[in-house]
Design a protein around this ligand. Structure first.
Ligand SMILES: Nc1nc2c(c(=O)[nH]1)N[C@H]1C(S)=C(S)[C@@H](COP(=O)(O)O)O[C@H]1N2
Ligand SMILES: [Mo]
Length: 322
């Protein structure tokens, strides 16, 4: 008689709970490493379960959409948003989506440090389950004058700031992207000031628009779009939207971001979208929609002035729009 213990991933779909998959993640990935993907997949009841087993947070998607943030533009094609990317760690062009698959996104440890009550180190899978996930459709505007409209899934960055418990003297939060020398060929381009760093004021970070996105198009974030967590600030140029974050540092000193270090006369700290302030080398008046290629007028604060204009009053003398 054949007696065989059922493996975690072989349980019927009706019995599959997120917990069960979560606990069996290592086993499943171990199986993959041992080259048993074919055997394992053959016993799986559905592709969805395979996806869940491979991404321990897959059960969180799709999250309910928050309709208060819908915009008057068509959502871009998923295939476009997932294959036209900016992620210099994988190359200084837009077609890095294949190369980015090498990035290791589990385990993923996030450090919260600097001016906080207590430093925190937390696994992404633990953090994301503490946060209120929802879907929001936002415009997105790259400084290079292309734009897209996409449904992000994530949580308000304010929830993360509350979780971090910053000290009263903290004024900024600095964020850092992972540095994986073995998977990110871009890091060999030593003339760039790695790691990728970005920053926000705490007022910006706790503005209701600021999101830590963990998914897009109703699925966990693809690697090329910044898995497992990235910043989304829709009123700022795309480069502020730092990907694959491993550290949040609270500080009283204004962070100097990656692009600011490279060219401070072209990319500043504030980087708020403004059609009337050209980039030193091109106009920002128009933008090209990712899916249709259509050229349309750019809006002040990318159309989000009602939410964020107040953040910048009485800031004359600051370069708010670059
Ligand atoms: N770590 C990291 N984050 C990054 C970048 C990058 O090169 N590295 N590029 C930025 C720029 S310029 C843009 S426009 C967006 C692109 O996001 P997307 O590929 O999801 O469209 O990511 C931003 N975040
Ligand atoms: Mo960008």
């Amino acid at each position: 008689m054949l007696i065989r213990r059922q493996k975690g991933w072989e349980i019927p779909e009706r019995d599959v709970t997120p917990q069960a998959l979560y606990r069996n993640r290592r086993q499943f990935l171990g199986g993959l490493a041992a080259g048993t993907i074919g055997a394992a997949a053959a016993t799986l009841p559905a592709g969805r379960v395979l996806a869940q087993a491979m991404d321990p947070t897959a059960d969180l998607y799709p999250a309910p959409r928050n309709e208060s943030y819908t915009v008057d533009r068509a959502i871009d094609e998923k295939a476009k948003a997932l294959t036209y990317n900016n992620f210099y760690e994988f190359g200084s062009h837009k077609f890095i989506s294949d190369a980015a698959q090498a990035m290791k996104i589990r385990p993923w440890t996030i450090k919260i440090d600097g001016m906080v009550e207590q430093e925190i180190e937390i696994d992404f899978d633990d953090l994301v389950r503490k946060m209120p996930l929802e879907e929001r459709v936002y415009r997105f505007r790259c400084v290079e004058a292309w734009a897209m409209t996409v449904p992000w899934t994530g949580f308000p960055m304010k929830a993360l700031v509350d979780f971090a418990k910053p000290l009263s003297g903290a004024k900024y939060v600095e964020m850092e992207t992972a540095s994986q020398r073995d998977t990110m060929p871009g890091l060999r381009q030593f003339w760039y000031p790695w790691p990728y760093v970005e920053g926000l004021t705490l007022a910006e970070a706790t503005n209701e628009l600021s999101m830590i996105a963990t998914g897009i198009y109703g699925e966990a974030m693809p690697k090329q779009n910044g898995a497992p967590l990235r910043l989304v600030t829709p009123w700022k140029y795309g480069f502020k939207n730092i990907k694959s974050i491993v550290r949040f540092t609270f500080t009283d000193k204004r962070p100097v971001s990656f692009w600011e270090r490279i060219a401070e006369t072209e990319y500043g700290f504030w980087a708020n979208v403004n059609p009337q302030i050209p980039h030193p080398r091109w106009s920002q008046a128009q933008e090209r929609l990712l899916t249709t290629g259509e050229e349309v007028p750019t809006l002040l604060f990318n159309g989000y002035g009602d939410y964020v204009a107040d953040l910048y009053k009485d800031m004359d003398g600051e370069n708010l729009y670059m």
